[in-house]
Write a protein that binds this ligand. Structure first.
Ligand SMILES: *[C@@H]1O[C@H](CO)[C@@H](O)[C@H](O)[C@H]1NC(C)=O
Ligand SMILES: *[C@@H]1O[C@H](CO)[C@@H](O)[C@H](O)[C@H]1NC(C)=O
Ligand SMILES: *[C@@H]1O[C@H](CO)[C@@H](O)[C@H](O)[C@H]1NC(C)=O
Ligand SMILES: *[C@@H]1O[C@H](CO)[C@@H](O)[C@H](O)[C@H]1NC(C)=O
Ligand SMILES: *[C@@H]1O[C@H](CO)[C@@H](O)[C@H](O)[C@H]1NC(C)=O
Length: 396
């Protein structure tokens, strides 16, 4: 008891010093930034605050003002360009290069502007985040889906760190690979990769929706319909349910007490589509993350990718989620993986049944027969037949 109390005080003291340090750092940086950008017409504190993020972390090249300025209270005239370009970068970043580690990245991504109006014309975008092992075999299909809507989406790809994505310069996927790390199935590294995708996408203030996809996913409706369905939804799409089976509560471990009670344990598809607020909660969460990280190795079969986000969100933000996924997978054959469709399986009727099989689902306060925007798993060999029927069936 005494030890616990002591720990608490210790923790509070640490937190306090941390806060002081943060305040100190912020005031230093605000002074620095306001001195250095004197003469640049920036309006609000938020602008400057975001600029300092650019100064701190968004060093896109070796010539950035932080490395070229030896005494960092003075900014040389030639560096002023660097300030304004990094400001632009931090609002609507075009380049994905940065030198932040995960801790710095997640912190930066968790910043929320206090000022409500944006200092630029903000058209909400959907971030399409691909968690892949290597290549994207269905890339030509996605390129068709995206064509013509450049202002309404952004793409992020997290492959194996050794894989270098090669796409032509005119592809919307060009330059969209983010700094990645290795992902192991059934391991928290999968969640970390999802957080890395979310955090990189959060750095672009125009991104409003965040959709997680794999290399075997396809879009089953055209872009405008997909975009409207997401933007008009009041709820984020995260599947989260309680199941008393071996594959549900069976993956709960009592070592998760006291943080997670058995009745709080949830299961759900890894493939989510969430709004900005939830994305920020997820990149900022550390308490439950460390409970999973401590326990979920290969030996302990707790599959974080199917449980961590559904459990955490249902515990604290349950009222914001629709409790269903937008990505259809066929689990009707009992196996550890859903049905995979290859060249001979792709037919008009298969895609039509994915688009609408007569089942209704809730959308805001209505019931609708449009339940899934995406489907998996499609093998590389499915590309050809998919391209053949895309215009007629999927309308893109
Ligand atoms: C930046 O410049 C320094 C010194 O000139 C060099 O050692 C370093 O490798 C450069 N870093 C990058 C990422 O180019
Ligand atoms: C920076 O400038 C201050 C005041 O001009 C000076 O005292 C200090 O030594 C300088 N620091 C470096 C690292 O050059
Ligand atoms: C999803 O489930 C939670 C309970 O975990 C509930 O509070 C929430 O209202 C549900 N969402 C919808 C859209 O019904
Ligand atoms: C896909 O096609 C192959 C070859 O015709 C067949 O063996 C398999 O059962 C089909 N799978 C599904 C899910 O229809
Ligand atoms: C339609 O799809 C849903 C979701 O996969 C499934 O539960 C349902 O049984 C299907 N209905 C029909 C009529 O095939």
């Amino acid at each position: 008891m005494a030890r616990n109390g002591g720990n608490k005080v210790d923790h509070a003291a640490k937190k306090h010093t941390g806060l002081l340090k943060l305040v100190q750092m912020l005031s230093y940086l605000v002074v620095y930034v306001s001195c250095s950008i004197l003469g640049l017409a920036t309006g609000s504190l938020v602008n400057r605050y975001i600029t300092l993020q650019g100064q701190l972390f968004f060093t896109d090249n070796n010539k950035s003002s932080t490395t070229s300025c030896h005494n960092c209270t003075i900014l040389k005239p030639s560096d002023q360009g660097a300030v304004s370009s990094s400001m632009e970068l931090s609002f609507r970043r075009k380049s994905l290069t940065h030198s932040m580690n995960d801790e710095q990245l997640f912190w930066t991504a968790s910043l929320v502007p206090y000022k409500e109006e944006y200092p630029f014309d903000r058209v909400p975008k959907v971030a399409f985040m691909f968690l892949t092992r290597g290549p994207l075999p269905l890339l030509p299909l996605w390129e068709r889906f995206f064509m013509g809507y450049e202002k309404l989406y952004s793409i992020y790809v997290h492959p194996h760190p050794k894989y270098k994505m090669k796409v032509s310069k005119d592809s919307p996927f060009y330059g969209r690979q983010i700094p990645s790390q290795e992902v192991k199935w059934g391991h928290m590294s999968a969640i970390d990769a999802e957080k890395r995708l979310l955090a990189n996408a959060l750095l672009d203030f125009s991104n409003e929706w965040f959709v997680l996809l794999s290399e075997s996913c396809i879009p089953v409706y055209k872009f405008t319909k997909t975009y409207a369905y997401l933007i008009r939804s009041e709820y984020s799409f995260v599947e989260s349910f309680d199941e008393l089976s071996f594959d549900g509560r069976g993956r709960y471990f009592h070592q998760m007490l006291p943080e997670i009670q058995p009745h709080q344990w949830r299961k759900g598809s890894q493939w989510f589509a969430i709004q900005r607020d939830l994305a920020i909660y997820i990149v900022s969460e550390t308490k439950y993350h460390s409970v999973f990280k401590k326990l979920c190795y290969e030996e302990l079969f707790c599959l974080p990718e199917e449980h961590y986000i559904p459990t955490y969100l249902s515990m604290f933000h349950g009222s914001l989620i629709a409790n269903r996924t937008l990505t259809l997978a066929d689990w009707s054959v009992y196996s550890s993986h859903p049905t995979k469709y290859g060249r001979f399986n792709v037919t008009e009727s298969l895609i039509n049944s994915i688009r609408n099989n007569g089942t209704l689902c809730s959308y805001n306060s209505d019931m609708m027969n449009l339940c899934y925007l995406f489907a998996r798993k499609f093998a590389p060999s499915a590309l050809k037949p998919l391209l053949k029927i895309a215009a007629k069936i999927m309308q893109y």
